[in-house]
Design a protein around this ligand. Structure first.
Ligand code: PAD
Ligand code: ZN
Length: 366
C-alpha cells in the first residue's frame, strides 16, 4: 500500500510503498477513504511544528474498519469511522473532566509518533516510520488505537466525514464549546481558510449579529460571505483592528478568533476584542514564538486571551452531532470541498492551499 512519508522538514513528503503491520491489542486497521488537507500538516512539513521523523503524515481522515485487534469492542469491520488526532484514553483526569483533547496519553502519541504501547505499525524498506497524531491519514491503510476510530452514521459520504475529523470540529467547536458565543454577539475572525470558514459558519449558526472576517485574499473573503460573513476586511489594504472597531461602535468585538497561526495576527485579534471581550486563538503558531500584548489591558479592560485545541471537542457528543446537522441541512460540508486529489497529487494540494486557492482539498483513495 502507499502512503505520504515525511523524511525531512523543509522537503515535501514522499509518496511511496509502505508496510503496515496487523493491529495489536486494542488497535484497529482502517482502510482510508478520504483525508482532508489541513494547514497543520503543512506546518510540520515546513518545520513550524515538530514531529518525530520519518512519519506518515495526515490527520483529517475517515475510512472503513478493515480488521480489529484483540480486545477491541467498540468498532467492528465495516464500520465507518472518523479518526481522532487526539483520542481519549478514558482513564486520565482530563478525559474524566470532558477535556480528552488534553489527554496526556494522546499527547504522548502525538509527540513520540508511536501508538500507546510505544511502538509503530508502519515501515518502509525495513525502516520504522512514525504515526502522525496517532492517525496518519495520508495512507491507504492505517492502524490506530480503538478510541481514535469513532463510528459514525453511514449515510454521510466519507469525504465529508473526513473534514469533521479536524477542520470542521476545530472551527465549529471553537465557537460552540470554547467561546460559547451568545446570540447577538459581534464577532471578528482572522483567516478564512478550511478551519476559519467553520468558525464563520458556526457564528452564523448561533445567530451572531455581526460577523466580520479578515483575510488577505479577496477570493477567501468571498467564500467567507458564502459561509455567513456580514462584513469583510482585506488586511492588505485596510488596518483590520481599526476596521473591526469601526464596525462595533468603536468598542471592538465581543469575540475575536485568530485562525491563521501568526503572533502578529493574534495580537491584532486581541486588540480588536472589546473591553471584557475574549480573543480565541485557534491558529497554530510556530513553536517558540511569543505574542506581544499590552499587559495592563488584561486587567484594566478585563480582556481574555484563550486558546482552543481541537474545538474543545467531546468527540462522541460533538462529531455525530455535526454530521446530523449536515444531514439536516444546517451545516455546510459540501461547500468546503473545493478540490479532490489523488494521494500522488498531495504536494499539489499543499501548494494550492499555500496559494490560497481552496477552502479545503480532500485526498480521496480508490
Ligand atoms: P488555511 O491555509 O486554509 O487558511 C489560512 C487563512 O489565513 C488563509 O485564507 C490565508 O489567506 C489567511 N491569512 C494568512 N495570513 C494572513 C494575515 N496576515 N492576515 C489575514 N489573513 C491571513 O489554513 P487552515 O484553515 O487549515 O488552518 C488555519 C490554522 O489553524 C493553522 O495554523 C492550523 O495549523 C490551525 C489549526 N489548529 C487546530 C487547533 O486545534 N487549534 C486544528 C487545526 C488547524
Ligand atoms: Zn487539522
Amino acid at each position: 500500500m502507499r502512503a505520504a512519508v515525511l523524511y525531512e522538514q523543509g522537503k515535501p513528503p514522499v509518496i511511496e510503498r509502505v508496510e503496515v503491520a496487523d493491529p495489536k491489542q486494542g488497535e484497529v486497521l482502517v482502510r482510508m477513504v478520504a483525508s482532508g488537507v489541513c494547514h497543520s500538516d503543512l506546518h510540520v512539513i515546513n518545520g513550524h511544528l515538530p514531529a518525530n521523523l520519518p512519519v506518515v503524515m495526515g490527520h483529517e481522515g475517515a475510512g472503513v474498519v478493515e480488521r480489529v485487534g484483540p480486545g477491541v469492542t467498540s468498532v467492528q469491520p465495516g464500520d465507518h469511522v472518523v479518526l481522532l488526532w487526539r483520542a481519549p484514553c478514558n482513564r486520565c483526569y482530563f478525559c474524566g473532566i470532558g477535556k480528552s483533547y488534553l489527554c496526556p496519553v494522546a499527547g504522548q502519541i502525538r509527540w513520540t509518533g508511536c501508538l500507546a504501547d510505544g511502538t509503530s505499525r508502519f515501515s518502509a524498506g525495513g525502516r520504522t516510520l512514525k504515526h502522525f497524531g496517532g492517525v496518519s491519514t495520508f495512507s491507504e491503510y492505517t492502524v490506530v488505537m480503538e478510541n481514535a476510530a469513532l463510528p459514525v452514521r453511514k449515510d454521510v459520504p466519507l469525504d465529508r466525514v473526513a473534514l469533521v475529523g479536524c477542520g470542521v470540529m476545530t472551527g465549529v467547536g471553537a465557537v460552540f464549546n470554547t467561546a460559547k458565543v451568545e446570540p447577538g454577539s459581534r464577532v471578528a475572525i482572522w483567516g478564512a481558510g478550511g478551519v476559519g470558514l467553520n468558525v464563520v459558519q458556526a457564528c452564523a449558526m448561533v445567530s451572531a449579529d455581526r460577523i466580520i472576517v479578515v483575510d488577505i485574499l479577496d477570493n477567501k473573503l468571498e467564500m467567507a460571505r458564502q459561509f455567513g460573513a456580514t462584513h469583510t476586511v482585506n488586511a492588505r489594504d485596510t488596518d483590520p483592528v481599526q476596521a473591526v472597531r469601526d464596525l462595533t461602535d468603536g468598542y471592538g468585538a465581543d469575540y475575536t478568533f485568530e485562525v491563521i497561526g501568526n503572533p502578529r495576527t493574534i495580537a491584532q485579534a486581541y486588540e480588536a476584542a472589546r473591553p471584557g471581550g475574549t480573543a480565541v486563538v485557534v491558529g497554530a503558531s510556530p513553536v517558540g514564538e511569543t505574542v506581544s500584548i499590552e499587559a495592563a489591558s488584561l486587567v484594566l479592560q478585563e480582556k481574555r486571551l484563550i486558546g482552543s485545541l481541537y474545538g474543545s471537542t467531546r468527540p462522541r457528543v460533538d462529531m455525530p452531532r455535526l454530521l446530523d446537522l449536515y444531514v439536516d441541512g444546517k451545516l455546510k460540508l459540501d461547500e468546503l470541498i473545493t478540490r479532490r486529489y489523488r494521494l500522488d497529487q498531495l504536494n499539489e494540494a499543499f501548494a494550492a492551499m499555500e496559494r490560497g486557492e481552496v477552502a479545503r482539498s480532500v485526498v480521496v483513495y480508490d
